[in-house]
Design a protein around this ligand. Structure first.
Ligand code: PLP
Ligand code: COI
Length: 340
């Protein structure tokens, strides 16, 4: 186990750190068990488990921040619960109820309080709920048994080029992460397995990650492998791609509200051509892990587009989002779930 006393909260990256407790519920004979906390982090599965061969797996990611008063605050967990249900439906897995999801997350945060980063340390407690199909099986068919697990780990920045580090550099990839009517819009394991090679190629060329283009025409921006994309035009409009094959990011959905209602910006969700990138003054990658990572450069077909990193609006959105997540600023209704 990592040594909690010596954790460097300000410089944590995004890696697995074994914390004390995780929550496990099992699905057998048509229903989920009550579930509960365990300390063991190693699973024992049948070698025939559909998750191992056919990728019957989906997951979520959400964070708990510590408020100034020391409370643990989860950001929009109900949205994660709903998205996990959509992912489960797509893979013919039994849905986890909102009640079970929220109870599991709350129990994990409470039981691992000592791993919850100090207020304003730049770190947070990342929760990773997931559902996998297990049990003896050989043919391509849904599992008869499932596990729903939530574990957590203290994390810092996902991308090295964070808000105070001058921004990230991305390159477009010729690979697709999702097919037009495939699973891009849900958070299933296979999407991420398919993204590993493109990610490796981008990082080997010195970029932080790749940007996927639309799988049909390869002319429009889709998203980064682990975050959605947004751009800010020279006349201060917040523009983000409309596509059925990107993951509907909860961070992005929140930023659209904040951009419109707090910063009074014009907000548009529409197709974005790569050729249009020159029209953006600022660009960013947004997601639970990425928070808001300003993009300083996007390379595409021997061309390079550069952006202010962080630009003024990106910085304002970042500050607003973080102050809501840390309980400093009043949040829109139901955005903050206090674990008490
Ligand atoms: N896009 C992909 C592919 C992701 O994996 C994530 C992370 O969850 C996001 C976008 C951002 O989504 P969210 O803001 O809900 O974390
Ligand atoms: C998240 O932001 O929660 C993600 O799941 C992104 C990545 C770590 C897969």
């Amino acid at each position: 186990m990592a040594d909690l006393e010596n954790l460097d909260w300000k410089n944590l990256g995004f890696s697995y750190i074994k914390t004390d407790f995780r929550f496990i519920a099992t699905y057998k004979n048509g229903s989920w068990s009550q579930g509960g906390l365990v300390s063991e982090n190693v699973l024992q599965l049948s070698e025939g488990s559909p998750v191992l061969h056919y990728g019957q797996a989906c997951f979520e990611g959400l964070k708990a921040y510590r408020s100034q008063e020391g409370k643990a605050l989860l950001f929009r967990p109900l949205e994660n619960a709903k998205r996990l249900q959509t992912s489960c439906e797509r893979l013919l897995m039994p849905k986890v109820s909102e009640e079970l999801f929220l109870r599991a997350c709350a129990e994990v945060v409470k039981a691992n309080q000592k791993w919850l980063a100090p207020y304003k340390s730049g770190a947070s407690l990342y929760l990773r709920p997931f559902v996998i199909g297990v049990g003896d099986n050989l043919g391509v068919k849904p599992a008869s048994e499932y596990l729903f697990i939530v574990f957590c780990a203290p994390v810092g920045a996902y991308f090295k080029g964070g808000i105070e580090k001058g921004g990230a550099r991305f390159i477009t990839t010729a690979f697709d992460r999702a097919a037009p009517k495939g699973t891009g819009g849900v958070k299933v394991g296979g999407n991420y397995a398919a993204s590993l090679l493109a990610h490796k190629m981008a990082t080997e060329q010195g970029y932080d990650d790749c940007i996927y283009l639309d799988p049909t025409t390869h002319t429009k921006i889709e998203e980064v492998g682990a975050a959605n994309f947004f751009g800010i035009t020279h006349d201060s409009a917040f523009i983000t791609p409309h596509s059925p094959s990107i993951l509907p990011s909860i961070t992005r959905k929140s930023l659209m509200v904040l951009a419109k209602e707090h910063l009074k910006l014009k907000v548009e969700e529409r197709e974005i051509l790569v050729d249009e990138l020159g029209a953006f003054k600022e660009a960013g990658a947004c997601g639970t892990a990425a928070i808001i990572t300003p993009i300083k450069e996007i390379a595409h077909n021997n061309k390079s587009y550069s952006f202010e990193a962080p630009g003024n609006i990106t910085k304002q959105l970042y500050d607003l989002l973080l102050s809501i997540q840390q309980g400093e600023q009043e949040a829109p209704k139901d955005w903050i779930f206090e674990v008490g």
